[in-house]
Design a protein around this ligand. Sequence first.
Ligand code: GLN
Length: 304
Amino acid sequence: MHDFQAILDEVMAAVRPVVGQGRVANYIPALASVDPSRFGMALATVDGDVFGVGDWRMPFSVQSISKVFALALTLSRDGDAIWRRVGKEPSGNPFNSLVQLEYEQGVPRNPFINAGALVMTDRLLSLTGDSRGAVRDFLRAESGNPAVDFDAVVAASEAEHGHRNAALAHFMKSYGNIENPVPLVLEHYFWQCSLSMSCADLARACGFLARHGRTAGGTRLLSRSQAKQVNAVMLTCGTYDAAGEFAYRVGLPCKSGVGGGIIAVIPNRCGLCVWGPGLDSHGNSVAGVEALDRFTTLTGLSVF
Ligand code: GLN
């Protein structure tokens, strides 16, 4: 058995030199004011034990991490039908790139780049009538924290500066790959990205992927096979155009967000979340990548 608390303490001591490195996302102005010296990491076992270090109880903006939950909820309701509208290949391009969409007739490469998450939000909106509410309620239930909520300031800031996302959505609508009105899809997408959660909340919330699709309450959200599929897409596409580097250094299904958070899944064992707001040029947390690299190296835990 691993002493997870001792391992997290060791990881935090090792990454201290890089905490504060990188650039805090500023293309969403409300994110630019986050203190770059923050760092937290949490681990939630499949049995319900939670360990943490640093700022692991401090909420931050989940941003693209919300894309995992939107995919899981859509898959649980729609099954494989969604894969006709979005691919499952790494994009090799930045998360908000427009160029590939034109070559590929409005079908996004995968559900974890912005275009793919907009399609997912659109579908979840059609299936539930309230995509953002479905994602928030699921995260409240899985994290065990009923206080999980949207950050209206972040959502408004994203909407005000969301020209690229609007361009992606309109472009896909022109190909018939968005069912609902574009402004409505964008609104739900921005609110989902604005959800504010701590490392502890997110480590617990991704536990269903470590439990092969079973929720915290023991019910089945995804089939075993679907949970494996979501983990596979996280491994190959969850960290944008750095997914190869992540697989090489970390060796776990991961999903990052420009708020500086990264979730990771160790099937059968635990969910992990690390947070450090300074980002590298791909939009991934500098301290987060380092911490996950150290964690898997120290423990030998990996899917490989
Ligand atoms: N809300 C952000 C955006 O749409 C999410 C991007 C991210 O976290 N990579 O630009």
